[in-house]
Design a protein around this ligand. Structure first.
Ligand SMILES: Nc1ncnc2c1ncn2[C@@H]1O[C@H](COP(=O)(O)OP(=O)(O)OP(=O)(O)O)[C@@H](O)[C@H]1O
Length: 366
């Protein structure tokens, strides 16, 4: 069958509109996804939840057994109507976990490969590839083979290769999993900038809540092949609906500007942090790092501000308390034991003081 962007039915909203159904003997994926152009969606979930299956179905590497998949109004997979566009004919760029760069080709030729396969003349494909590599800050590495690249550089080449064909959807499978912890920080921040600049649909799969929260505008959490929760990172962290989500995405995450050991979050609030940094940063800390008090804490906790409880939900033996900041304070989530909640007499509407120790915050470049 044919299926190109030119076939787009007028009037259908651009972006991804999918109902992915993949049935296997012992597993069923049934997930609805809508992603607007310019939006970055993260699929998050435990092992075996179906994330990779969903990504492969979007790429066309795993056929749907039910539902349908449309991109910019163009049907790409409709098992009910026996219509299916082959993976190589989809306007989709994929970045695999281990990048899968061609080892015998230079970085430049890796990037030029897709356009060449689509019939772009060699000189033009290479000129455009050189431009893309320059945008990724890799001009100096255009001639080298993948094995001479660092993990972060290889990832940028993989990104350039995926972008070279002008895809309407970018798929990223665990984009930071192949990197060591040191490289991860920088590459994560850099990938975020590239994804933010990408004007079409981006979908990434990850186990790592921090990657998801930093890279994505919206999260879809999958467990046992179905969506258990979706929303912005902040919405999900404040109101987790399953124990898995509570454990996983329970991160308080803020953006601010660092100067030494202090990060200005808003006009009235600065957080003391363990790391010494300067410029735009993220600060994160888990809800378990937050202490609540009825009166201003006198202890050594330097980060303390007024807050009001807006909701409480129990998860296992913990209670997740949602709070709004008062007078320039931070909105945040705190995990307390049921005993602590009872002892403090906390309920919705209770004004409290929240505190977090600098040593329990984690700041990193934005
Ligand atoms: N090719 C396959 N044939 C049969 N079953 C498969 C195949 N690939 C995956 N599965 C099964 O489908 C389910 C979903 O797997 P999938 O790899 O999509 O999960 P995932 O969320 O990506 O997990 P992980 O985080 O471990 O990669 C699992 O039960 C898995 O064992």
């Amino acid at each position: 069958m044919t299926g190109t962007v030119e076939d787009a039915v007028t009037g259908t909203p651009p972006g991804l509109d999918a109902h992915l159904v993949v049935e296997r003997e012992a597993f069923r994926l049934d997930v609805r996804l809508r992603v607007a152009p310019g939006e970055v969606l993260a699929l998050l979930g435990p092992n075996g939840a179906g994330k990779t299956t969903a990504l492969r179905a979007l790429a066309g590497l795993t056929p749907l057994t039910g539902g349908r998949l449309q991109l910019d109004g163009v049907p790409l997979d409709e098992p009910g109507r026996r219509r299916r566009v082959a993976p190589e004919r989809r306007p989709v760029g994929v970045i695999f976990q281990d990048y899968l760069l061609f080892p015998h080709l230079s970085a430049l030729d890796n990037v030029a490969f897709g356009p060449r396969c689509q019939g772009v003349p060699k000189a033009r494909a290479r000129a455009e590839a050189a431009e893309l590599l320059a945008r990724m800050g890799l001009s100096d590495h255009a001639g080298v083979k993948p094995r001479q690249l660092s993990g972060g550089q290889a990832q940028r080449v993989a990104l350039a290769r995926a972008l070279a064909t002008g895809p309407r959807m970018l798929l990223l499978d665990e984009p930071l999993a192949a990197l060591d912890a040191g490289a991860r920080l920088d590459v994560r921040a850099e990938l975020r900038r590239h994804l933010a600049a990408f004007e079409a649909v981006a979908v990434l799969v990850t186990h790592d809540p921090l990657d998801a929260m930093v890279l994505a505008d919206r999260l879809v959490v999958i467990e046992h092949g179905t969506v258990v929760q979706e929303g912005t990172p902040a919405e999900i962290a404040r109101r987790p609906r399953t124990d898995y989500v509570a454990r996983l995405v329970g991160l308080n995450l803020y953006r601010g500007r660092a100067e030494g050991h202090e990060v200005a979050i808003g006009p009235e609030l600065a957080l003391a942090t363990a790391e010494k940094l300067s410029g735009p940063v993220f600060v994160a800390f888990p809800p378990s790092a937050v202490a609540l008090h009825r009166t201003r804490p006198e202890s050594s906790a330097r980060n303390a501000w007024r807050a009001v409880i807006t909701g409480m939900e129990s998860h296992g033996d913990q209670i997740r308390v949602a709070l709004t900041g008062e007078a320039g304070g931070l909105p945040l989530a705190a995990d307390l034991t049921t005993v602590a909640v009872a002892e403090l007499g906390l309920e919705t509407g209770t004004p409290v003081w929240a505190s977090v120790k600098a040593a329990q915050t984690h700041a990193y470049p934005a």
